[in-house]
Design a protein around this ligand. Sequence first.
Ligand code: HEM
Length: 245
Amino acid sequence: MSSLIGELIYAEIDDRRNQDRPPGSDVLSLLMSARDETGQPMSNAELHDELITLLIAGHETTASAIAWALYWIHRDPQVGEKLLAQLNQLGKAPDPTKIVQLPYLIAVCNETLRLSPIASLTVPREVKEPVELMGYQLDPGIRLYGCIYLTHQRPDLYPEPTLFKPERFLERQFSGYEFLPFGGGVRRCIGEALALFEMKLVLATMLSHYRLVLADLSPEHPQRRGVIFTPARGVQMILKEKLTA
Ligand code: HEM
């Protein structure tokens, strides 16, 4: 491994191995204290691979989805108000498992991932044997990509597809072929449940503690960063009021 990020990760692992204080509760400590069924810990290479997955596939994706959600929620103040009203119904310090089941919060997260998908394409699938798909003859070696963005923009599935309308997810259920922000099939995102859980809890915590407004009301556009699409201006917000002590 010769990349800079690889070097940094291996240095961090070495550093931890050489520390004599007890392991903390951070992710690297937990990974280092994990044992497989034969009692073996992970090697440095395995620890590196776990951390790279979390960093590249897990962190930036979810962080960007939360940024998009904050943008859409505050673009239309009614969305934020409706969300806050549902959150307030759960009372003080609600149970996280109750928060993540709130129908309107689920709808807002889904509509964010529909309209501003973090990945516009799935990972490619390579044709292994000749196959006909929707009238196209596909030969071995051809690479196929599912276009998440275009599927989510189909007006027959999502009327007025460019508008942010969380209600569409309350009015009907979409199949895995219609709504696919995490891809599909056996190679779909392994982090889907974690990402949605994190998204909902972070948004609920922010909205119930702070009143925020967008610093700039002009449209936020997607910008490619590596393989994902993030808000170009970074969704700058102004803290107007702290809602709880
Ligand atoms: C909002 C957040 C996320 C989005 C939108 C997202 C989206 C995706 C998409 C579209 C794919 C390709 C699936 C396919 O081709 O069918 C994928 C794959 C993957 N994701 Fe995520 N992801 C997110 C969060 C996470 C998190 C939190 C983790 C891990 C902690 C993660 C780990 C992975 C891995 C390991 C793969 C490759 C799976 C494979 O090839 O078998 N992702 N993700």
